[in-house]
Design a protein around this ligand. Sequence first.
Ligand code: ARG
Length: 571
Amino acid sequence: MSYKHQVAEKIASALTSLGVDSFTMENVYAMLETPPNPAMGDIAFPCFQLAKALRKAPPMIAAELAGQIIGSPLKEAKAVGPYVNFFLDQEDVAIQVIGTILAQGSQYGDSNQGKGRKVPIDLSSPNIAKPFSMGHLRSTVIGNAIANIMEKQGYEPVRINHLGDWGTQFGKLIVAYRLWGDEAKVKAEPIKELLSLYVRFHEEVENDPTLEDQGREWFKKLEDGDAEAEHLWTWFREESLKEFMKIYDLMNVSFDSTNGEAFYNDKMDRVVTLLEEKGLLTESDGAMVVNLDEYNMPPCLIKKSDGATLYATRDLAAALFRHESYDFAKALYVVGNEQRLHFQQLYKVLEKMGYSWSADMHHIPFGMMLKDGKKMSTRKGKVVLLEEVLAQAIADVQKVIEEKNPSLANKEEVSRQVGVGAVIFHDLKNYRLNDINFSWEEMLTFEGETGPYVQYTHARACSLLRKGNYQPSSAASLTPGSLDGKEAWAVITLLNGFPEVIDRAAANFDPSQIGKYVIDLAQSFNKFYANVRILAEEEGIKASRLQLVAAVVCVLKEGLRLMGLAAPEEM
Ligand code: ARG
């Protein structure tokens, strides 16, 4: 239990003995404030809300409470006007916090809120035969971090790569390949080649509008199981997936399922039948739609006039499938903000179908990746290949390591961890809905608010432990006076706050909470390191301070892991 919770518990039980039992520990906890300056105390409890229950003026209540509350982790409780101000016994807190972290290790901050319930998370989900875009990178990075965070909260995340492997565009691609394609070229550079076939289709259609019809026909053939269509589609999918796997391998991301849109091909009839039975389908210009007028939304398209299904139809089938397969606590969709309406429509259709579990589905939207103020796009030739971005980041880090630490063991692996970490961190330190300005300088510096900075701080702390010959222990034993400076206290309060940061990150599906936290912790640790002697101290003090360093190493590593970054011990 954090020291703040301990104080809240003391206040709650003092209130009970004063005859007020309507305030639980959690109520009190939520009322706690931080005094405007540390000289006034570490925690403040305002008594205004108690005036009614106790029929007394708040300052009198504060005085009474202050007289009753004492004991670990408190040094003193003082009434100041309507507030009770509490002074913590910092040494006591230090022992508790560091002791808990050393004992729990990477499990520090774990909770069982999720009770093992499943949370399918739809993430990454790139489109076959198209380049892996910045948006897909954002979805991958944010979704993976949310999965880690949910897992830490006791849920069982199910990472689903809902590949965009179905739709009319595959009809067009088949037409283009049959007309202008070259097998060897596709094999050599699948994504590049398939993309250029697709682009060519759109150029040629200007002169030959019948191409559109051919595309539609071939997609229909594909949906009806035509052998040639299916053969080509399978091949495009496999080649594309091979390329995507390179990126996932670099990023160390894996999936529990790669059931993409095509997987729902044989599960859509059921959706259409259900919609029909429930009287929700209406005809509009020959197409079948679910009307959403009452929510001021455009209708949700279920079937085109030629009978072809749509993106939304497949998402409806996927929602039913996930509900049946996972009996989920929540289902998340980490998809760009531009699809907001699509998910609103999806949830409304499910609600109209009578599925109350649609309330447990959440679209987790995110903003765009900008370069020089413009969207980093993969269209119209201006392709930013993600693999190239990652390769560049890794190469840049490798250069720095070659310069600063040429004798480092496994340079290649560390460069990958730091280069990829830089890209991930650059994304996750910002609140996901904010657009991000893609900047090499900002991403790769070892000094700013970056992944490399946090990783480097972690590695420095590890080297401190090595040099100090730190002996791992699972309990804190601190020499009095060894951690009494303000620099140590700043680190200890941050360490104490880690579990709450995870709670907030999980509740808001917001990995940037962890990103900001690890930056704060790294900065605060570096201040401690710069101002407090460690290795040159006598044994007892040195050992105590190394225990704080070990706790920092543990929490930085775990924070980075949650975000999807490795924490090399040397760099
Ligand atoms: N493939 C889609 C795209 O790139 C994203 C799919 C998101 N997931 C979903 N269930 N709709 O835009």
